[in-house]
Design a protein around this ligand. Structure first.
Ligand SMILES: Cc1ncc(COP(=O)(O)O)c(C=O)c1O
Length: 398
């Protein structure tokens, strides 16, 4: 008996066909984030092999906002050092890791520090290194520490070339002398200098080695300024680095603690030849709701004439569950957002490659631009090593 419903073979390659099969079997039929655990593990191995000697590894929580993911990476990379960027992440990280060391990656309003302290037991206060970018902020933290009768560990943000704030000269470090005086309630907890510009400057202008050498020279000047003040380095860290710079550090650099997050799941903004041995491990997946064999422009006959000629209008298309995803279409190959209708957060129309067999209830995969502000848009990620049943890992939402 003939059937009017066409039968399609998989529109994906073997990798995405496997994820689609998992989602069809274990998923919820709604837009989802899927995490490839096998790739995360192999990325972590690659990171380990690139990691500079004499530098501790610190995981950036905002880029990996999921406690089970942090647990697995912490075990594999043997670290309980974390960089936090939101007070709401402090409690869950402390709950998950009994001997964790948390360093704030940005200064937060003293009001937020106060609120966070309300949630900490006395012995936990010591696990957190707050960040001060200016003497005025350090003074506020000092006033808070004295009012609470506690000692706060505070690291100083230093500018090593990004120019996003923090002390930018030895004189500016000297400016913190008063805030860290004996009896201030503050204990010097180190320096935090981020080189987020490294690897972000457009390619023809990029001079990675020179830029790193300059950052290290600046870092060294800050270290000397701290030495001149006579502050103790005991228990203090010299933090720097990120996904696009950690591999540039060397044993002789003035740093001893580097942060990494995004590269471990390698979203699209982290495509860099220095990370070529790592692969994307996080996907936005969404089901196909409808398939149309050709695009019929509403009310615009003149456009109808162009439809067969223009990629993004011609051929079959699919309406997706949702749209406006923060990512680029990855599978099936050749998927392009419909040019006439634009993207829709409700039912986005994507045009397919001529031969695509993508069908209703199949899935489409997008590669996120970033893991930060993507992973935490949903309450959980669906995790598998590619063959094991999908597990649900809760995300850290603020
Ligand atoms: C202070 C600081 N350190 C490190 C990082 C690196 O994070 P990732 O490795 O996810 O890029 C960032 C990212 O914004 C940052 O702000």
């Amino acid at each position: 008996m003939g059937s009017s419903v066409p039968t399609y073979k998989s529109a994906h390659d073997a990798y995405f066909a496997q994820w689609q099969a998992l989602l069809q079997r274990d998923g919820d039929g709604v837009p989802s984030l899927v995490l490839d655990e096998a790739r995360v593990r192999s990325n972590a191995e690659a990171v380990r092999s690139l990691w500079p000697a004499r530098h501790a590894l610190r995981l950036a929580v905002k880029s990996l906002p999921c406690v089970p993911l942090l647990r697995s990476l912490a075990a594999q990379l043997q670290t309980e050092r974390f960089m936090v960027f939101h007070p709401a992440h402090v409690r869950p990280v402390l709950d998950a890791f009994s001997s964790s060391d948390l360093l704030f990656g940005k200064p937060v309003p003293t009001r937020a520090v106060e609120r966070t302290l309300d949630q900490l037991k006395a012995h936990e206060i010591n696990s957190v290194r707050w960040l001060a970018d200016t003497p005025a902020r350090a003074e506020e933290l000092s006033a808070l520490a004295r009012a609470r009768g506690v000692e706060l560990r505070v690291a100083v943000e230093v500018d090593i070339g990004l120019h996003r704030g923090g002390a930018s000269s030895s004189d500016e470090i000297q400016g913190f002398r008063e805030a860290f005086r004996v009896g201030s309630g503050l204990r010097f907890a180190g320096l935090m200098g981020y080189d987020g510009h490294l690897g972000r400057i457009p390619w023809p202008l990029q001079r990675i080695e020179r830029s790193h050498a300059r950052s290290m020279q600046r870092y060294q000047e800050h270290v000397r300024a701290v030495d001149a003040l006579g502050w103790s380095w005991e228990g203090a860290v010299r933090n720097a680095g990120g996904s696009l710079s950690f591999m540039e550090y060397r044993e002789g650099d003035p740093t001893d603690d580097l942060t990494i997050g995004s590269a471990l799941v390698k979203p699209a903004h982290f495509d860099d030849k220095r990370l070529a041995s790592l692969s994307c491990a996080l996907w936005i997946a969404t089901p196909v709701l409808k398939r149309v064999e050709r695009f019929d422009p509403p009310d615009t006959e003149w456009l109808a004439a162009l439809v067969p000629l223009v990629k993004g209008l011609r051929g079959a298309g699919v309406y997706l569950f949702g749209g406006r995803f923060h990512g680029q279409a990855e599978s099936p190959k050749g998927l392009v957002a419909n040019l006439a209708l634009g993207d829709s957060a409700n039912q986005a129309l994507y045009q397919l490659e001529r031969s695509s067999t993508l069908a209703v209830d199949d899935w489409v995969f997008f590669r996120p631009h970033e893991s930060e502000a993507t992973m935490d848009t949903l309450s959980h990620v669906l995790v598998s090593d590619g063959t094991s049943p999908l597990e649900r890992w809760p995300t850290l939402r603020v």
